[in-house]
Design a protein around this ligand. Structure first.
Ligand SMILES: C[S@@+](CC[C@H](N)C(=O)[O-])C[C@H]1O[C@@H](n2cnc3c(N)ncnc32)[C@H](O)[C@@H]1O
Length: 233
């Protein structure tokens, strides 16, 4: 696993508190990274070469322990998946899940999604994007760290295919309002919300992760967004 040389003083949406890797995560990173991991580089990836086939690409941003990516990839062998997560313990967990299920349709990046999208992902290549329970950064002075902001949305729009889907879920009301305002103001993002105009129905395939469970334990609501991408407006 190589270190991303582009890291600089940009405001990041995460703080690297590595914590301790468990023995099993460490073994997974040592043993399986070369098989399923993508090192950072300034070269655009040839997706067909990487996955050894041509298939719809699903991007899961900030996957945590990778449960959603893994469950979705198991259910949809016809798709390719790219999981992006900056914390190595989560990457180790996902590597173990990939190996125990012999999955060949998931690749993992351990770098900041902004760098990966900007440098490594071809334009017009993604069919679905998941951003589930992004860190809420609730304090006002930390709002600048929120992952979902105009630069990320603009990058996603460059990389997503026409008619691609962007799915977002959050359990923070203020973040939900910010996301809705940002995306609704963008004429290329067509909200697929229900009648209340706010929240989409929960997709039946979106599993409950520990981040969502924690929110529900705290009696938070969950706001669900789904946008279709149109290049013509
Ligand atoms: C609250 S967790 C949610 C995990 C998962 N999506 C879920 O629903 O269970 C947010 C994750 O996003 C990751 N993250 C934050 N900023 C990121 C970035 N710029 N690039 C990649 N991952 C990021 C964090 O490390 C964290 O694991």
């Amino acid at each position: 696993m190589k270190v991303n040389p582009t890291k600089n003083n940009t405001i990041r949406s995460y703080v690297k508190r590595e914590g301790r890797l468990t023995a099993s995560q460490e073994v997974a990173l040592d043993t399986y990274w070369d098989k399923h991991g993508i090192d950072f580089s300034h070269v655009v990836i040839n997706l067909e070469e990487l996955y050894k086939r041509r298939a719809p690409l699903v991007l899961d941003i900030g996957v945590g322990t990778g449960d959603t990516t893994h469950t979705h990839a198991l259910a949809h062998p016809e798709n390719n998946y790219l999981a992006i997560e900056v914390h190595r313990p989560g990457v180790g967990q996902l590597l173990n899940k990939i190996e125990s299920n012999n999955l060949t349709n998931i690749k993992i990046s351990n770098d900041d999604v902004l760098d990966v999208l900007q440098e490594q992902i071809p334009d017009d290549s993604i069919t679905q994007v998941f951003i589930f329970f992004p860190d809420p950064w609730p304090k006002k002075r930390h709002h600048k760290r929120r992952l979902i902001n105009k630069p990320l949305i603009d990058l996603i729009k460059k990389k997503i295919r026409a008619h691609g889907r962007l799915h977002i879920a959050t359990d923070w009301q203020a973040y939900a309002k910010h996301i809705q305002k940002l995306c609704d103001a963008d004429p290329q993002l067509i909200s697929l919300a229900g009648n209340d105009g706010i929240s989409c129905p929960r997709p039946e395939w979106r599993i409950n992760t520990r981040y969502e469970s924690r929110g529900l334990r705290l009696q938070h609501n969950v706001w669900e967004f789904c946008y279709g991408f149109s290049r013509n407006t």
